[in-house]
Design a protein around this ligand. Structure first.
Ligand SMILES: [Zn+2]
Length: 82
């Protein structure tokens, strides 16, 4: 099962975060699939959601901590590239 954490409007003008409910019309947010309210990229949100699903809501704490650490490093390098 693929967990989606965002929806792009039909005309592609806005992105809605399905986790916090915020809709953004920022071009950068839409292009980068970013939620300015959660301060997080949706590809990372979805990756975390998949980890939770994989462990059926009972992911060991060290696995969750490792995933979040990797995501933080990816986010830093991604912002650096932007
Ligand atoms: Zn959000």
């Amino acid at each position: 099962m693929i967990t989606k954490t965002y929806e792009i409007s039909a005309n592609g003008d806005s992105i809605k975060c399905l986790e916090c409910g915020m809709t953004s019309w920022s071009r950068g947010d839409v292009e980068n699939l970013y939620c300015g309210n959660c301060h997080e990229f949706h590809e990372f949100k979805e990756l975390k959601a998949r980890v939770r699903e994989y462990f059926d809501g009972a992911a060991p704490a060290d696995v969750v901590a490792n995933v979040e650490e990797v995501l933080r490093m990816m986010a830093v390098s991604r912002v650096g590239r932007g």
